[in-house]
Design a protein around this ligand. Structure first.
Ligand SMILES: [Zn+2]
Length: 165
């Protein structure tokens, strides 16, 4: 089947797949899905229209592009050389809008997590996604009053101690 594609078709097909795979939001969604998390997308009724909403975890996740959301001290964020004043003002507005939305969401009782595009690049992707899972587990324990220190007897307690001669 693949052999019938012209080189050009194959290239277009491959670049389509690659483009899809590297989209930051999809990386996060796919990870969460495979970890068993269930979520809603782009919930319009919430401030800032969070990219991913996990109702069971009272958590919203924003997957932010470093340029448009003006990620501070990030290589991917640079004020363009043409029209710097326009861009500086625009980035300032974007940043303030984000902060405002996070605050309102927080006051509504949501945990707000932000994943930056640069944190999903190959060398740091796994660390970022694992940290995200750890954070969600912690939120779940905190919000469901799960106490891991409950002194239920463990299997070891019930087992007779082996007496070796
Ligand atoms: Zn960044």
């Amino acid at each position: 089947m693949a052999d019938k594609m012209t080189p050009e078709q194959r290239h277009r097909c491959m670049s389509h797949i690659r483009g899809k795979d590297t989209k930051p939001e999809l990386i996060v969604r796919r990870w969460l899905w495979h970890q068993g998390y269930r979520y809603r997308l782009n919930v319009k009724s919430l401030p800032g229209k969070p990219d991913i909403v996990l109702p069971r975890y009272s958590t919203v996740i924003f997957v932010n592009g470093c340029f448009w959301h003006a990620h501070e001290k990030c290589d991917k964020y640079k004020v363009p050389l043409t029209n710097p004043d326009f861009w500086t003002a625009k980035f300032k507005r974007n940043r303030e809008r984000d902060e405002r939305n996070y605050k309102v969401l927080h006051n509504m009782g949501w945990y707000v997590l932000v994943v930056w595009e640069c944190q999903l690049e190959k060398n740091s992707r796994r660390e970022t996604l694992l940290a995200l899972s750890r954070r969600l587990s912690q939120i779940y324990l905190d919000t469901h009053n799960v106490n891991l220190n409950t002194p239920y007897p463990t299997i070891e307690d019930e087992m007779p101690i082996a007496a070796e001669s």
